[in-house]
Write a protein that binds this ligand. Structure first.
Ligand code: ATP
Ligand code: MG
Ligand code: FE
Length: 341
């Protein structure tokens, strides 16, 4: 069965085609540039951009996969979490395609999609693994036994900001262009990660062993910049020092979770998993700990349609029941089951 995946939860219109764990082709259209002057995604603008881009992106993805619509055997769509206005566009489109093609429709969880992205590159997940989801809206550690079945055990979350949110806000403080993650990654390459000793939140004795917090770190960077950096400390040095703190904390806790759960595979997914320092430090620490690290290629880390097709394909392969016709878009929904309805 060829599964068409549709993603419209934020500013990316993504469409992908997956069959039996294999990516056949995909396409992406982003409204990122339209949000730059607002410093963040504007929901109404994102929604209007999805309406414009959706059909052309489906066409482009079909082209790239060398398929026609008649080849599609199932449709999967991000039903949540995400921006309500943006989700509605994808959900409505997916329902129309599924009805017109007379194929089953699967409402899927955006974060299960992020995790499933890795299977397109590295094959099926092992029977038990720890998944670190680091994105614009989430920072969570999960114990995953089967992506398409309960229980996906939540080990921890962030108490405040998500890691991606911290990257975006710190970039703004440093005067680096939106989106902040890639800007900081780039700037940090020519900076000294030891230039400023920023805090490592929640790593003290007595702190939540697996929990995250990034709002204090973000404030520490803002204070440092306000006070005026020490002589010889550049924006690049501050970016590198901030990034080092995030990479240190994320990888420390992820490996702690692997040890606690006696799991020997760590999967890091979501937009922040595209970060070069996080990827490098995770690899180094996993090698030291004898843990296998799986991280999707960069283009599958940030939002895309292929990852939604990938989780749809896993549902089809598991023989899951399609979602009911009336399912709504759900802006906030925890990842307790990969299939929402
Ligand atoms: P969610 O998946 O939680 O709903 P989202 O879909 O908005 O949120 P993603 O597209 O998965 O998030 O990731 C976007 C985030 O990833 C942004 O905060 C962006 O700054 C960050 N990001 C992208 N590339 C990098 C990078 N190289 N380094 C650090 N952060 C990055
Ligand atoms: Mg995005
Ligand atoms: Fe995302």
């Amino acid at each position: 069965t060829i599964v068409m995946g549709i993603e419209t939860s934020c500013d990316e219109t993504g469409v992908g085609f997956v069959e039996n764990g294999k990516l056949l082709g995909d396409a992406l259209s982003s409204s990122m540039a339209e949000h730059v002057r607002f410093g963040g995604v504007v929901p109404e603008i994102a929604a209007r951009a999805h309406v414009s881009a959706l059909v052309p992106t489906v066409r482009q993805a079909l082209n790239n996969a060398d398929l026609s619509l008649a080849d599609v055997g199932a449709v999967a769509v991000t039903a949540g979490p995400g921006l309500a206005t943006a989700l509605h566009v994808g959900v409505a489109a997916a329902k129309a395609y599924a009805l017109a093609l007379d194929v089953p429709l699967y409402a899927v969880h955006h974060l299960a999609g992020h995790a499933a992205a890795d299977t397109l590159e590295h094959g099926p997940l092992p029977p038990r693994c720890v998944v670190l989801i680091v994105s614009g809206g989430h920072t969570s550690l999960l114990l995953v036994e089967d992506l398409v079945r309960i229980p996906i055990v939540h080990l921890s979350d962030t108490l405040d900001d998500a890691a991606g949110e911290a990257f975006d806000k710190v970039a703004r403080v440093l005067g680096l262009p939106y989106p902040g993650g890639p800007s900081i990654d780039r700037a940090a390459r020519s900076g000294d990660p030891a230039a400023v000793a920023f805090p490592r939140p929640l790593t003290g004795p007595g702190d939540d062993a697996l929990g995250f917090s990034f709002s204090g770190l973000k404030t520490a960077v803002a204070r440092y910049v306000e006070r005026g950096p020490a002589a010889g400390v550049s924006v690049e040095d501050i970016a590198a020092s901030f990034q080092e703190s995030v990479a240190d904390v994320l990888t420390l806790k992820a490996l702690r979770a692997c040890r606690a759960m006696e799991v020997d595979t760590l999967v890091i997914v979501g937009g922040v998993a595209a970060n070069s320092r996080i990827r490098a430090l995770a690899q180094q620490r996993c090698d030291e700990a004898g843990v296998e690290l799986r991280v999707p290629p960069m283009r599958l880390c940030t939002d895309n349609g292929a990852m939604i097709a990938a989780i749809g394909d896993l549902l089809v392969q598991a023989g899951a029941a399609p979602s009911p016709e009336r399912f709504p878009a759900t802006p906030t929904i925890p990842l307790t089951d990969a299939q929402l309805y």
